[in-house]
Structure formats: C-alpha cells, structure tokens
Write a protein that binds this ligand. Structure first.
Ligand code: SAH
Length: 348
C-alpha cells in the first residue's frame, strides 16, 4: 500500500486497480500516510494559507429535477426566491469589505431568457470590483453561447460538477431529459472559453460503486480541471433519493488526498457538505489536502431556503460573518486564511 502512495506521488497517476485499493483498503496506517503525503504536497505548493470564496446563493428556482437535490423543480415545499441585483451587489460589498476576493454565484438553473440578466449582474460586479474573481455555478446551459456571454462580461471561473462519469449511474440520479453527455459537453465548452473550470462529484450517491469512482478519477485525470469539488451525498427528505444513507466522510477524505497527489496545483475546497456531516469536517478536509473554503455570503434570511440537502451548514465558520471563528479554527491546526484571489497558477 505504501508503494502505491509513493507511486501516486511520484507519477501523478495509478492503474485502475491501484485507485481501487486506495479507496477500499482497511489499513488505517496506509490511509493516514495518504493524508500525510497529500497534506505535505499541499503545503509545499500552497503553504499553510487557505483561500476563501464568498458563496452567494442567487436563487433556488430551478427547471431541473435531479433526484438528489432539495431545490428540484418537483419539490413543491420549497419557497422559491431569487435575489435582486441590488441584493447580490450588497452581498459583494459586504464580502469585499470583509476581505473576500472571490464571489461565487450559485443557483438553480433558469431559462435561457434570463441569461442577459446574469450577464448584466456579472458586468456590474466586474466594474465595481475589478480586483475580484467572479465564479459562476449556475449549472448546464443548452448552448455554448450562454457561457461565452458571461465570460465576455468578466466571469473568470465556473463550477460544474459532473456528479458521476458513468452514464447509467448518471441516469439513476437524473430524469431522462438530462444526460451525462450534455453535462460533459458543457464542461468542454467552459474549458474552451478559458474559464478556470471546476468539476467533481458527490461521494456515496445512491448506486455509486468503487468502479464508478475509479471512472470519475480517470475522467478528471483526462480533463485536468483547475478546481475539484467533492462532497458526501446527504439525503434531502423531500426528494426521491431522500431515504438513502449519506455518503462516507472517510471515502471523501481519501479522494481529497488522491486528487491532491494527482494535482498539486489544483484548488480543492473542503466542502460544506463535509462540514455538515461531521463537526471536524472542514479541518479534516484541509488535513487531507484541501486548500479552499467557501463561507456563505448570502443574506442570512435566505439561507435556509437554499436547502439542497438536509441540515446544510450555513452559520458559524461556514458563514462570512463567522470569518473570525474560521480563522480561529484554522489556527488550531497551524493554518490561516490566505486573502489573495487564489487563481490557479496557470491563470496568474
Ligand atoms: N444547479 C447547479 C448548482 C447545484 S448545487 C449545478 O447543477 O451545478 C451544487 C452542488 O451541490 C451540486 O453540483 C451537487 O453536487 C451538490 N448537491 C446537490 N444535492 C446534494 C445532496 N443531496 N447532497 C450532497 N450534495 C448535493
């Protein structure tokens, strides 16, 4: 097992069987070594600074019906909202004053007729805060034109997890009008357009096997995204997959470390889903090689309406107003906030 970890660190890849062994081994000392190596690589590349991104949950209105997601179209118990442009600018204003240099606009998927509204919003943020990065996480678009428009207005980064690379597994998580191929096409467009692109998957989504994860690793090895987002699946009771178990924290942490050893330069967030499942999640993620956290910058009264899964953490160190708590938590493991924009090294 130690040999495999050496190989992964030296060459940045393993055989499918090598990944399978790292994901399934019961050898606790090997798992500890995996995290230790990933942490050392992360520190050698990035130091002990952790980048922060201010997450603004733009809207919970969505035309899609993903079986795992709490804000899916068919969940009629959701009180739908969309922030006004002024509210978003106010969030950015507060965030910028607190030191944030990246704003992430995330939300459900809207009709293309509203692309221009987003474009105008991106333009306004770009004009007022030229020194800040704008990240979008607004899902799939039908054509490349939508992404091109937003890129021209000044968006720098885009987060679109592929969720699972396996087409038949994908089909068990999404309705028939969505396809794995279209999601991958969107990712290819984003890269072509020069976005710093993030992809990734939920860990432990219903029906996911170790072989699916190996397929995901191999896909990510091929596309070499600048950002890799991974969080455990967490059931939402008002969804078709609400009766399934949550994903494994241990497996999520192993994947952080595997990706860190594969991509020393990647931006890997220690995700809110991980912090939601276990109180030590955020720090454990960092100790497994993550180097980004995304505190919530949305208006506080809206946060519970953006419930993509049950019990989603959005206060304390998960919140922008809890930044001092985050700083204190990081200090307990010898880390600190890096207030830089935190672009991928190839984009500086
Ligand atoms: N509409 C956008 C943003 C979705 S929310 C998009 O599709 O990209 C961002 C991420 O939350 C999703 O990509 C998914 O991986 C994650 N997510 C959604 N439901 C979840 C659940 N029940 N448990 C854990 N993560 C979930």
């Amino acid at each position: 097992m130690h040999n495999l970890i050496d190989q992964l660190q030296a060459h940045g890849h393993l055989s499918a069987d090598g990944y399978r062994q790292l994901l399934t081994t019961g050898d606790a000392s090997a798992v500890a070594l995996l995290h230790e190596r990933a942490r050392a690589v992360s520190q050698a590349t990035w130091g002990r600074g952790i980048f922060v991104r201010g997450l603004i949950e733009l809207s919970n209105v969505c035309r899609n019906d993903c079986y795992y997601c709490g804000i899916r179209r068919s969940n009629h118990d959701v009180a739908r909202y969309t922030l006004s442009a002024d509210e978003v600018l106010q969030c950015c204003h507060q965030g910028e004053a607190a030191g944030f240099r990246t704003f992430v606009l995330q939300g459900g998927e809207w009709d293309e007729s509203r692309d221009q509204w987003i474009a105008d919003l991106v333009t306004a943020i770009r004009q007022r805060w030229p020194h800040c990065a704008i990240t979008l996480s607004l899902g799939e678009r039908r054509t490349r034109d939508s992404y091109a428009l937003w890129r021209e207005c000044g968006a720098n980064r885009y987060l679109l997890r592929h969720e699972t690379h396996n087409a038949s597994h994908y089909a068990t998580l999404h309705p028939a009008d969505m396809s794995r191929d279209h999601r991958l096409q969107c990712l290819a467009w984003l890269k072509e357009l020069g976005y710093q692109t993030g992809t990734g998957m939920m860990i432990g989504s219903p029906g996911q096997t170790v072989d699916h994860l190996v397929e995901d690793i191999e896909y990510i090895a091929e596309v070499r995204p600048e950002m890799i987002g991974l969080g455990p699946f967490i059931p939402h009771p008002d969804t078709p997959l609400g009766h399934h178990r949550a994903g494994s924290v241990d497996l999520t942490l192993r994947l952080y470390s595997i990706f860190r050893l594969m991509f020393p330069q990647a931006l890997i967030p220690s995700t809110t889903a991980l912090a939601t499942l276990t109180p030590s999640g955020r720090l454990d993620g960092i100790l497994a090689g993550a180097n980004v956290v995304m505190p919530n910058l949305s208006p506080t009264q809206r946060r519970e309406q953006y419930a993509i899964y049950a019990g989603k953490a959005s206060s304390g160190a998960e919140a922008a107003e809890g930044i001092a708590a985050l700083e204190r938590q990081l200090a307990t493991i010898g880390y600190h906030i890096d207030w830089g924009r935190g672009d991928h090294k190839q984009f500086r």
